[in-house]
Design a protein around this ligand. Structure first.
Ligand SMILES: Cc1cc2nc3c(=O)[nH]c(=O)nc-3n(C[C@H](O)[C@H](O)[C@H](O)COP(=O)(O)OP(=O)(O)OC[C@H]3O[C@@H](n4cnc5c(N)ncnc54)[C@H](O)[C@@H]3O)c2cc1C
Length: 488
């Protein structure tokens, strides 16, 4: 066993949560804080992290990504579903899509009403959203201008975005000024976690400005293998740095490893379902079967189309154009590399039974796979769609105590089809059928020479039922917000 160290707080994982906590806890000079990160630093010269358009590199590179996968999914032809997770300072906020989206106001109301978390309703959360951000476009009732996190509103200057917004209206959906503001429902321009053309991760916003605090120690390349317990009280951690085992003790141990790595660390430390742990030869410290259960994810599908008008971002993928794009980004912080290209999208209700949007769309003026390759050589565009608020649940279970095996192998599974309740099934099928196809058709109409499109009849879900709000009309969130304002 190596050296021992003592702290007030030990934070495992320097991702979104870990960076915020490290900042806030070390603001009190009396607190001695240790932040442990398994990944490497987010070097300023590392263009893969800081150039917004380079995000596809990060999705396939084990230097920055834990690259988890699901177990083979029996209802998806045994495919394993990719589960990228950031492994670098900033965690997933250093590899993510940089779209700045809050939940719907009614999500927070649901927490308050259904789970008795009365201080987590929207009226209580909104001041914290405002506190954390500086929206460069300016502050209003929903946005702050004095927080560490810079929020830029996208430019949407590619002509395909105008076609997309025309399309959403032709399809009968409203536009909205701000999906994080007064009205989420509808389509509009997205805000981004980008500042002066560079990714503004949680590490850049919260950690780097305070890295020189004497009471904060940040260790990268430091993987925590185990939480140490005295009885059922966590008293420290065992971690590895440069292959050497070390121990640190703390009054509080805070696991910020994210949705997959936090339950994994707890299970490796003996906290979880007793029988599962015993089968793997782990001595149980605390029988807590809920650890790793109720995993929620949002499957996303993207539909790609060829676009015969030569207006998409496709030329940016060509090698001979990249030196100029790189130059513009490096020296002017502008151009095709200074954006994530997920500049527009929206939120709609897939059917009239739901009170607020259950489908999310992103529009990209480019057809591209997640690994950065183009599906065909030529101009294209794509629409991403995914259900939200799904009642589908999965789990995270370690399969081995072997470090390499448990890190490299599958940890998650999606539930079997039987457990998918009809609501979710319906939203998935609606997602890939009516709203997205209607939108694609309308985009195509705007660029009427776009290829490979078939006309599709209007979906029956558009039929109005008495007492229900048609899905093409945004209303309920506005009402709810009025009520909330009154409650402040
Ligand atoms: C590909 C991708 C795209 C996304 N796009 C968006 C988007 O556009 N907009 C949006 O709002 N959200 C997006 N998200 C989600 C968002 O980034 C995450 O919800 C958020 O960053 C999670 O924060 P976290 O602190 O819980 O975990 P993370 O940010 O993942 O941080 C966990 C950190 O803990 C470290 N760690 C884990 N285990 C250990 C250990 N044992 N020892 C030491 N360190 C450890 C990890 O290396 C990591 O740095 C995306 C996520 C991904 C993966």
């Amino acid at each position: 066993m190596g050296q021992q160290q003592n702290y007030d707080y030990i934070i495992v994982g320097a991702g979104s949560a870990g960076c915020v906590l490290a900042n806030r806890l070390s603001a009190n000079p009396d607190n001695k804080v240790l932040l442990l990160e398994a990944g490497r630093p987010d070097y300023r010269i590392d263009f893969r992290i800081h150039m917004p358009a380079a995000l596809t590199y990060l999705l396939t590179d084990s230097t920055y990504n834990w690259l988890y996968e699901s177990e083979p999914e029996p209802n998806m032809h045994n495919r394993r579903i990719a589960q990228p997770r950031g492994k670098v300072l900033g965690g997933s906020s250093s590899i993510n899509g940089m779209i700045y989206i809050r939940g719907n106001a009614l999500d927070y109301e649901k927490w308050a009403n259904d789970h008795g978390l009365t201080k987590w309703d929207y009226a209580h959360c909104l001041p914290y959203f405002r506190k954390c951000e500086t929206r460069l476009k300016g502050q209003d009732d929903y946005h702050g201008n004095n927080g560490p996190l810079a929020i830029e509103t996208a430019q949407c200057d590619n002509p395909l975005f105008s076609a997309f917004f025309d399309a959403t209206q032709q399809a009968g959906y409203p536009l909205t000024d701000d999906v994080n503001g007064y009205q989420q429902e509808g389509f509009g321009i997205f805000d981004q976690n980008i500042y002066r053309g560079r990714r503004h991760s949680a590490a850049r916003a919260y950690l780097h400005p305070v890295m020189n605090r004497k009471n904060l120690t940040v260790l990268t390349g430091a993987t925590t293998d185990k939480v140490l317990f005295e009885g059922k009280t966590a008293i420290g951690v065992e971690y590895r740095k440069w292959g050497r085992k070390k121990t640190a003790y703390g009054s509080e141990i805070i696991s910020c490893g994210g949705a997959i790595n936090s339950p994994k660390l707890l299970q490796l430390s003996g906290v979880g379902d007793e029988n599962t742990l015993k089968n793997l030869g782990i001595k149980p410290v605390h029988h807590l079967p809920g650890v790793g259960e109720n995993l929620q994810d949002h499957l996303e599908l993207y539909v790609q189309y060829e676009c015969k008008e030569p207006v998409s971002m496709y030329p940016a993928l060509k090698y001979h154009n990249q030196p100029k794009i790189g130059f513009d980004w490096l020296f002017r912080r502008k151009g095709a590399a200074a954006t994530n290209h997920f500049e527009a999208g929206g939120f709609v209700r897939g059917n009239e039974d739901v009170l607020y949007p259950n489908l999310q769309f992103h529009f990209l003026p480019l057809a591209i796979r997640y690994d950065g390759s183009a599906p065909n050589k030529g101009h294209g565009f794509q629409l991403h769609v995914g259900p939200m608020n799904t009642d589908v649940r999965g789990h995270v279970k370690i399969r081995s105590t072997n470090r390499m095996r448990s890190q490299r192998s599958s940890l998650t599974t999606y539930p079997r089809h039987k457990s998918v309740k009809s609501g979710s099934k319906r939203s998935v099928s609606l997602a890939i059928s009516s709203p997205s196809q209607r939108l694609i058709i309308c985009v195509a109409k705007s660029f009427h020479r776009a290829a490979r499109l078939r006309r599709i009849k209007r979906s029956s879900t558009l039929s109005r039922e008495k007492g229900k709000v048609p899905i093409t009309q945004a209303v309920p969130v506005k009402w709810a917000l009025k009520v909330m304002r009154w409650r402040w």
